[in-house]
Design a protein around this ligand. Structure first.
Ligand code: ASP
Ligand code: MG
Length: 471
């Protein structure tokens, strides 16, 4: 007989899932149900929706010396946290929780004063401010769980994940973190407690608070799950899992039942607001299933993410889009067969600190085109004109031009690999709806095909392509 205790479940609640009294009440119900059912639950929570943004706004105001604005943000946060406390925690338990929330808001004010005096915010100071949101939500959620009879215990950032001091996007130290998990989480689970920990927030070995980068709560959940190890990770959010397209644009969009890690990575890269691939790598590598579920529709459809899965040939899973882009075109007959043009082009672009989202070169070699965010257009064009000044003067390069208001639409699905005829179906559907394709690119992985279309055609293109998706 195996003596291993059953593996716990890690559940992460995003900002909107704890962002109002109703939302947090739903989260509490969900935890309560799973805690009653199973072999231990670790809850990872985000800050109340919008809190991290508000805290960072306060830090920026402080740097400008605007302490009135810091106090205004403090009062706004105080009111939002109070509303949750009042709704979910009985009178007798409130003072103790409120003291903690208050202490964190006092810290916001004193850090703000320090930043105002210095006229600057260090990365370390910004992390200390940003971390306050999760520290407050942990206090509230724990008390709300206790109020519903769940034996819940909060852990502080310094008791969970250990990172280096790369403030703003700290890297976890897995071995040190594993020890913390063994020391602080495992024994509490064994006592039947639900352990509530802040997402996004961690600390160095010396106990200095760090953060894992914006949206980092998913990463916290994945790391903890891999370290425990957990049976599964459930990411609770405000949509029914990962959708086949943005439902505001494609009303027929459906929840994708199963996605592979590579598909998730492509979706995230091409603009879908799903999990960041880095954040889920720890669980995927550990072979731990991850589900994306809707807090507001807990019995509804969900998406399961797995390391690998059998692919259905020809299957397109999802469509994504990225807007607000410009297509930059370097063209000229004199480029034919001249080596180094591409290297110089992208070196010039890199020099502007711009990341390129998609590249395509016609085989005639008479033009190279690539996509950058619209905001980078002017500096990229200027950098290229400078880099190729001599060629432009000689007319080897006719010009560098930009096409604005373009959109990248990406089709994602591992089943597209080695399946002939996909592009035929894609272009057929677009042609039938009169959509003009400006450029296309397919990565060697063949997990995604990207098309560039004009902004005004984008909605029509997504609607025309969606019937090609399948579960
Ligand atoms: N609260 C943090 C943020 O807004 C982390 C998270 O929500 O995942 O970035
Ligand atoms: Mg968030």
């Amino acid at each position: 007989m195996s003596q291993h205790p059953p593996r716990p479940l890690v559940m992460k609640f995003g900002g909107t899932s704890v962002g109002s009294p109703t939302a947090m009440a739903q989260a509490v119900d969900i935890v309560r149900r799973e805690a009653a059912r199973g072999p231990g639950v670790v809850v990872v929570t985000s800050a109340l929706a919008g809190t991290t943004d508000a805290l960072l706004r306060a830090a920026r105001a402080a740097v400008q010396g605007d302490l009135a604005q810091v106090r205004a943000i403090r009062r706004e946060l105080e009111a939002r946290h109070w509303a949750v406390l009042e709704a979910l925690v009985p009178l007798a338990a409130r003072p103790q929780v409120w003291m903690q929330v208050h202490a964190h808001l006092d810290t916001l004010e004193s850090l703000g004063q320090a930043m105002a005096v210095l006229g600057e915010a260090t990365p370390r100071g910004l992390d200390a401010v940003a971390a306050l949101g999760e520290r407050m939500s942990v206090a509230l959620l724990t008390a709300a769980l206790q109020a519903r009879g769940v034996s819940a215990q909060a852990l502080d950032a310094t008791q969970v994940l250990v990172t280096d001091d790369n403030f703003g996007a700290a890297h976890p130290d897995l071995e040190a973190s594993r020890q913390r998990v063994q020391q602080h989480i495992v024994p509490r689970l064994a006592q039947g407690q639900v352990v509530v920990v802040p997402g996004f927030v961690a600390a160095t070995a010396q106990g200095v608070v760090t953060t894992l980068g914006r949206g980092g709560s998913d990463y916290s959940a994945a790391l903890l799950a891999a370290l425990l190890p957990a049976a599964e990770v459930w990411i609770w959010t405000d949509v029914d899992g990962v959708m086949s397209a943005d439902p505001r644009v494609v009303p027929e969009a459906h929840t994708i039942p199963v996605l592979s890690y590579r598909e998730v990575a492509e979706l995230a890269y091409f603009g879908a607001k799903v999990l960041h691939p880095k954040t889920i790598r720890p669980v995927v590598e550990a072979g731990i299933p991850l589900r994306v579920r809707n807090t507001f529709h807990p019995e509804g459809p969900a998406t399961l993410i797995v390391r690998e899965r059998e692919v259905t040939p020809g299957q397109i899973k999802a469509l994504t889009w990225i807007r607000n882009l410009s297509l930059i075109i370097v063209e000229g007959r004199g480029m034919l067969g001249v080596p180094g043009v591409a290297a110089r082009t992208f070196a010039a672009v890199a020099g502007t600190g711009t990341s390129v989202l998609l590249i395509s070169q016609a085989s005639s070699e008479q033009s190279i085109c690539f996509i950058v965010p619209a905001g980078a257009r002017a500096r990229v064009v200027q950098a290229l004109e400078t880099a190729f000044a001599a060629e432009i003067a000689r007319r080897d390069i006719d010009r560098v031009r930009a096409l604005d208001q373009v959109v990248i639409i990406t089709l994602v699905g591992e089943g597209m690999r080695h399946t002939p005829g996909i592009s035929g179906r894609v272009f057929g559907a677009l042609g039938a709806h009169g959509v003009n394709v400006v450029a296309i690119a397919q990565g060697a992985s063949e997990v995604a095909i990207s098309l560039v279309v004009a902004e005004e055609d984008a909605t029509r293109a997504l609607q025309a392509l969606h019937p090609l998706t399948q579960n």
